[in-house]
Design a protein around this ligand. Structure first.
Ligand code: UDP
Ligand code: MG
Length: 140
């Protein structure tokens, strides 16, 4: 069975620290298949919209500034139980609280610069996949 899908971004800090390859290796070793992927730099407008749910939070503008500060890798991942299993693989938002051997424990710099994004529900995964990719960009 192909499983279901979630959405991820390798964030600017992890691209800058040359960890794209290490993070993709952890993702594929954990059993996820990559169904779509691109290197891109978000515009301020895109980052504001993507993180709109956080627009009232004190860290919102800092988050938008950080997420537009350099390239990111956006990808669609497929696996049984993809959303929940990917949240487990990335670890807690704050790397100081992330379980050992999670992506954030290994590669995140801080609670803000935390290496990766992972969708937090199947509904948001579908919205976020469609935000970044057209059907023609998704394989299989
Ligand atoms: N963030 C931050 N400060 C905070 C909480 C979150 O800068 O106190 C940033 C961080 O980059 C995080 C993103 O905002 O990944 C979205 O926050 P969320 O609570 O959705 O965390 P996530 O789902 O990414 O673990
Ligand atoms: Mg979130």
């Amino acid at each position: 069975m192909a499983g279901n899908r979630t959405f991820t971004m390798i964030k600017p800090d992890a691209v800058e620290s040359k960890n794209i390859g290490n993070i993709l290796q952890m993702i594929t070793d954990a059993g996820f298949s990559i169904k779509a992927m691109k290197l891109t730099q978000l515009t301020v407008e895109q980052a504001k919209k993507f993180y709109e749910v956080h627009s009232e939070r004190p860290f919102y503008m800092e988050l938008v500034e950080y997420m537009t500060s350099g390239p990111i890798v956006a990808a669609i991942l497929e696996k049984d139980n993809a959303m929940a299993d990917f949240r487990t693989l990335i670890g807690a938002t704050d790397p100081a609280e992330a379980a050992p051997n999670t992506i954030r424990a290994k590669y995140a710099e801080s609670k803000a610069k935390n290496a990766v994004h992972g969708s937090d529900s199947d509904e948001n995964a579908a919205i976020e996949c469609a935000f970044h990719f057209s059907d023609a960009e998704i394989v299989g």
